[in-house]
Structure formats: structure tokens, C-alpha cells
Design a protein around this ligand. Structure first.
Ligand code: 2RA
Length: 340
């Protein structure tokens, strides 16, 4: 016996990946439904070797359904997630709407699986921001060994984090640089993204940081430990899929780079590719489609007593969103609902 699962926002990048990963991991599905807005009604989406036609989210009755993986914006989530939750269907939400709600667990299964037992207050579980998810997978095992004091992270985030229109903008803008008369002005982003980088993701806050940077701070504290100080600079780069991060960590106690590398090698969800030679590291194009959070360039930070630097890369549509959501569904099934 398996689960009745709804994927909400099934026609978007993340929604389609959720369907792919539910099939890849052979999640125990008794019945599955792809839900989307009325304008996408009937759109065909793949679920393994099957084809699903999207149904209308607005009129859908979640009664009797076990889980709903939400991959829509906060506005649609605000309208439909409570409806699903009230019908007894556990919502696993990829939007930022509920991440900071004290009554909603924010979960990365490799990091804080025990938090799944707190889902019942609102019948909702939140998925973290993509740039947070890959980072906390790497930080948690190191924090368990040598208690982290401070994290300084710079991100290099792919355009797929902004959706399909951004992917098209990068493609067309790049092509237009070579074809006179086909130049493409910035529209998704405030500045040119082709052959450029943009130090701005989401909205600016009063202190000069952006909301994307604030999310990394707030979510790391909620998922791992509120005592960890985090400062982030989030940058959009001309990459289609795959977020990269340069991470500097200061610990309470000294942690040798070799011991840190061994710890990460043994940690769930992590692949260490770290050779001090040409190509001895992972780049975004190599992480696409993979489940792992890749770690490279691990080395001591000799400017402080207890510091390490490393490079972290992961598929932002997978570990950063769809995979983490499916892993939460697996965790919920295994630890709570216990069907299948
Ligand atoms: C981004 N993390 O990369 C944000 C939302 N996916 O645009």
C-alpha cells in the first residue's frame, strides 16, 4: 500500500523535477495527480514512462490525499496550502511562505530529520531555499565535530533559480551577442546576465543585504543552530543549472582539513571531489541531474585559528528543491504516515 500524492505546480521546472525524482526513487505511489493553474489545464507532464494531464488546482479536493508537494509561488501557496492541509493532506512546500513560521518544520533530511515530527501543528513542512539546502548538508557534519562559530559564504547561482523565463533570457541574450540585430535587453534581471554576473538576488533590505542573503542566514540558524553567525553575498551568474558556493567556516575548535575531508566523505548526501590538480574539483555543469552536494577545494584558512575554506556545488533544481522535497516525503512516510 502506497500514498496518494499531488504535485502542485507540475508544469514548472521544480514541479517537473519532483515528478522525475518521485519516479526515479520509486516513491511508493498508489495514485498521483499533477495540479496546475487553469491556464495550464490539460498540459501533459511526464511521470516516468507515464504521461499525466494537469488538473485544475483551483477546484481540486485534497480530501483523502496523503501528501501534496507544492512548487508554486508564495501567493498560490498562501491560497491553496491551507486548503490542502485542512483536508488532511500534508503539504511539503518549496516556497518561502512558511519557512520561518515557528509552527512549521524547515527540513533537510540529512541534517534535521527529527524535525518531521513537528509537522502536525499546521500539517505543513517547509523546504529550504536552494542556496541554503546544499550549504547545510555540508555544514552539519562539520558542526557536529567542531561547533561552527561563523560562516562567510559567496554564492554563484544559476538562472534556473529564477524560472523558465530566466533560462530563455540567458540563452537568447547570449545568442544575440553574436547575431547583429538580435540583441536582447535585460527583462528578468535588472542588468545583462550573458557574460556578466549580478550581485543581487531577490529584494534589497534596509541593511543593504538582499532577501536571498537573509534567507541563508535565517534558514541555517533554524535548521542547524541559532548560535551560528552567517554572512552571505548571493550572486547570479550565467549558468543554466547548478548553484556554486565559496564557503569559509570558523569553528570553536581546530579542525584539520584532512579530518574534515574524511568526515564529509562519510556524510550523507555529500560527494567529495577534491584533488589539488587541473580539473580536481566539481563545476556546475557536472552536477546537473545528480543528487549529491559536491565538495571541492577544501583547505585550512590560515588567517584565523580554526578556519576552513571549501567549494560547494549542487543541482539547485534537485537538492536545492525537488529532491529535498521528495526526501521529506520519504521521511514523512517512513517516520510518520508509515504506509508503503
Ligand atoms: C534563486 N534561490 O536562485 C532563489 C529561488 N530559487 O533565484
Amino acid at each position: 500500500m502506497g500514498y496518494k500524492v499531488a504535485v502542485v505546480g507540475a508544469t514548472g521546472n521544480v514541479g517537473r523535477e519532483m515528478l522525475n525524482i518521485l519516479d526515479e526513487r520509486q516513491f511508493p505511489v498508489d495514485e498521483i495527480v499533477a495540479l496546475a493553474s487553469r491556464k495550464s489545464l490539460g498540459t501533459e507532464v511526464s511521470f516516468g514512462d507515464k504521461t499525466l494531464k494537469t488538473k485544475d488546482l483551483d477546484t481540486f479536493d485534497f480530501t483523502g490525499w496523503d501528501m501534496a508537494l507544492f512548487a508554486v509561488g508564495s501567493e498560490a501557496t498562501k491560497k491553496y496550502a491551507p486548503k490542502a492541509a485542512a483536508a488532511g493532506c500534508v503539504v511539503i512546500d518549496n516556497s518561502s511562505l512558511y519557512r520561518y513560521d515557528p509552527d512549521v518544520p524547515l527540513i533537510v533530511p540529512e541534517v534535521n530529520p527529527q524535525a518531521v515530527h513537528g509537522y502536525g501543528k499546521k500539517n505543513i513542512i517547509a523546504n529550504p531555499n536552494c542556496s541554503t539546502a546544499q550549504m547545510v548538508v555540508a555544514l552539519k557534519p562539520l558542526h557536529d565535530r567542531a561547533k561552527i562559530k561563523r560562516v562567510v559564504v559567496s554564492t554563484y547561482q544559476s538562472v534556473s533559480g529564477s524560472g523558465k523565463e530566466a533560462i530563455d533570457e540567458l540563452w537568447n541574450q547570449t545568442k544575440g551577442m553574436y547575431v547583429p540585430g538580435q540583441e536582447v535587453e535585460p527583462s528578468v534581471y535588472p542588468k545583462q546576465i550573458a557574460f556578466n554576473v549580478i550581485p543581487h538576488i531577490d529584494v534589497f533590505l534596509d541593511d543593504g543585504s538582499t532577501k536571498e542573503e537573509w534567507k541563508m542566514v535565517a534558514e541555517t540558524k533554524k535548521i542547524i543552530d541559532t548560535s551560528i553567525k552567517v554572512t552571505a553575498t548571493c550572486v547570479r551568474v550565467p549558468v543554466f543549472v547548478g548553484h556554486s558556493e565559496s564557503i569559509n567556516v570558523e569553528f570553536e575548535d581546530f579542525l584539520d582539513e584532512d579530518e574534515a575531508r574524511d568526515i564529509l566523505r562519510e556524510s550523507p548526501g555529500i560527494m567529495v571531489i577534491d584533488k589539488r590538480e587541473d580539473g580536481g574539483y566539481v563545476t556546475p555543469v557536472e552536477c546537473v541531474g545528480d543528487y549529491a552536494t559536491f565538495i571541492s577545494r577544501l583547505r585550512q584558512d590560515s588567517t584565523i585559528d580554526n578556519g576552513l575554506n571549501f567549494w560547494c556545488v549542487s543541482d539547485n533544481l534537485r537538492k536545492g528543491a525537488a529532491l529535498n522535497a521528495v526526501q521529506i516525503a520519504e521521511l514523512l512516510g517512513r517516520e510518520v504516515l508509515k504506509k508503503g
